[in-house]
Structures are given as structure tokens and as C-alpha cells.
Write a new protein. Structure first.
Length: 309
């Protein structure tokens, strides 16, 4: 099982890991980040890994148990981070990481339906208990709903033409597989636009986001994650597209500044003072060496904050 952790060195440096600290890998995946955190912890330190993907959890556990036993893996969506930590009697942590990219095995294993390069059922669920699939979306959403989805989450300018092509096709036959959808997209936009712009990438991104409600979950969990940090604790977030990065950037900005209406006042109420400071004003991006080694890292952006009160 091969998995490449994007900006691993930068993440490890960003956390300022304390050997006796408590750390959360909110996107455990195949333990690329977690194993490096666990190596840096003493027996008094503790690692919590979170992932809703059963296959990823099992693989991560096999890796981590070779390093130590001072860890726990929670089988949840990170949307429930704060509640889950409370249930295991943890109210504050020294560091949290979110790596919002999909791991290489999840992309490469065709049966998961995330890839537009191999044929598979249109699924895209991270949590297989989820009732919403990519197939259900393309076969039941109205044309204007598809258009909105592809334009908003995929930022695809030919969203309308693609939505129209999908609705026309499904009137004759249910859309079942990834490559079937790719062909519909190609016919909808024309070969010239397709091969020049590869809209299938954006359409698959939009479907994946909708199936897993990724943006809503991210927007809701970031404030809770900030509240979980101890004073001096760090949070590092890697995003892979502009929609995610905008949410992270705006959330960090909100919690690092005094509200405009209170700026200039001599005594600012404690609850309105900044909770965090932003460590890097501009996002950190992969090195040239990493870009050469892993093409999937090209869109990655790392933002880091520290709790100050």
C-alpha cells in the first residue's frame, strides 16, 4: 500500500511537537503523518487518529502499533471531533492536523469510484454507510441542481452544457460507471474543449464534495478545532483546491482579528480578543523537489495557526 504524504517535513516542523503532548490527526488516512508524530512522542504523549474509512483505519493501525501503543483511532467523520474527544475525556490538545487531500490508495483503487481514469461504479463515498452516492446525484438531481453543483463546487464554466448532456443521457439509460460519465462529459463539451481543459477533473471534484459534504463539514469543524487547542498549541491545514483554502483562510482571519466594530476601543472584552495568531501570512506550497516526486501535490497549500489565549 503506497501512500505519499504531501509536505510531510513542513507539517512536522509546523506542529512544534512536545514529546509529552496530545496530538490529533483529523485525517488519519494511511498514517503517513501519524506515524511521524507517534515517533516523536514519549510514552506519556498521546495520538488520536480520526478516519471514517474502515480500510484506511485498519492499515493505519497496522503501521502505528509497530511504533507504540499510545494512540487511539476513532471511526468517525472529523465533523464530530470535539464530541468524540470529550467522550474519551480529552478537552484540550497540543496540536491538530487536517490533510484534506484524498490519499493515493483511495484514488488509485478503482472500485472506490473516485478516479475518472479507470472504470468503476459511481460511488465516491468515504463512509459506506452514507446513502448518497455520485450515481444518485447524476441520476436524480434536476438539471439546474447539477448546473449549480458543477459551477459552484467544480468551478467549471461549461457546467450548464455538461448538466444538459447528463439529463439527456439518463432519459434513455441510467448512468452507472465513472467512464460512462466521462464520455457524457466529453460529448457535452466537445472533444476540443475536453482535451484542452479536462472538465472531468472538476466534475468529479464537485461530485465528491457533494457526496461527502466536505465544505460544510470543514467550515463547521475549524472553529471547534481552534477551541480544542491549548495555549501555544498549533493547527496545520493542507488544502488542495480554492474552495477549501478560502474557508480555511477566512476562518483563520476571523479568529485572529478583533471584530471591526470593536477596533480602536481601549478595553476589548475578553471574548472578542483574537484566539489565534497566523504563523504564515501566505500559504506554504510544496518544494520543487516534491513537485517532481509527486504530481498530486501541485495544488497543495499549508496554513498554520497557534492558539494565543
Amino acid at each position: 500500500m503506497k501512500h505519499y504524504s504531501v509536505m510531510l517535513k513542513e507539517i512536522m516542523a509546523s506542529l512544534n511537537i512536545k514529546e509529552d503532548g496530545i496530538y490529533v490527526d483529523a485525517t488519519l488516512g494511511y498514517a503517513g503523518m501519524s506515524k511521524e508524530i507517534l515517533k516523536r512522542l514519549s510514552p506519556k504523549g498521546f495520538l488520536i487518529g480520526i478516519d471514517q474509512d474502515e480500510e484506511a483505519r485498519e492499515y493505519a493501525d497496522s503501521i502505528l502499533k509497530e511504533i507504540g501503543n499510545n494512540y487511539q483511532i476513532l471511526p468517525i467523520n472529523f465533523a464530530y471531533l470535539k464530541k468524540a474527544l470529550k467522550e474519551i475525556n480529552i478537552s484540550a490538545v497540543d496540536g491538530i492536523i487536517f490533510d484534506l487531500g484524498f490519499s493515493s490508495p483511495q484514488i488509485d483503487e478503482s472500485e472506490r469510484g473516485f478516479s475518472f481514469m479507470s472504470d468503476a461504479p459511481l460511488d465516491m463515498r468515504m463512509n459506506l454507510d452514507n446513502s448518497l452516492t455520485a450515481s444518485k446525484i447524476v441520476n436524480t438531481y434536476k438539471e439546474d441542481e447539477l448546473n449549480h453543483l458543477f459551477f459552484t463546487y467544480g468551478e467549471e464554466k461549461m457546467a450548464k452544457a455538461i448538466s444538459k448532456a447528463i439529463v439527456k443521457y439518463r432519459q434513455e439509460k441510467e448512468i452507472k460507471t465513472t467512464l460512462e460519465l466521462v464520455e457524457i462529459i466529453k460529448k457535452g463539451v466537445g472533444a476540443n474543449y475536453y482535451f484542452k481543459n479536462h472538465p472531468e477533473r472538476k466534475i468529479f471534484q464537485a461530485l465528491r464534495i457533494e457526496v461527502n459534504q466536505e465544505l460544510d463539514v470543514l467550515a463547521s469543524v475549524l472553529p471547534e478545532a481552534i477551541d480544542l487547542l491549548k495555549k501555544g498549541g498549533r493547527m496545520s491545514v493542507i488544502t488542495f483546491h480554492s474552495l477549501e483554502d478560502r474557508i480555511v483562510k477566512n476562518t483563520f482571519k476571523k479568529f485572529s482579528e478583533v471584530p471591526d466594530i470593536l477596533k480602536g476601543l481601549p478595553d476589548i472584552p475578553e471574548e472578542y480578543k483574537p484566539k489565534i495568531k497566523i504563523i504564515n501570512k501566505k500559504p506554504i506550497t510544496p518544494s520543487e523537489k516534491e513537485l517532481e516526486e509527486n504530481s498530486r501535490s501541485h495544488s497543495a497549500k499549508l496554513r498554520i495557526i497557534e492558539r494565543i489565549q
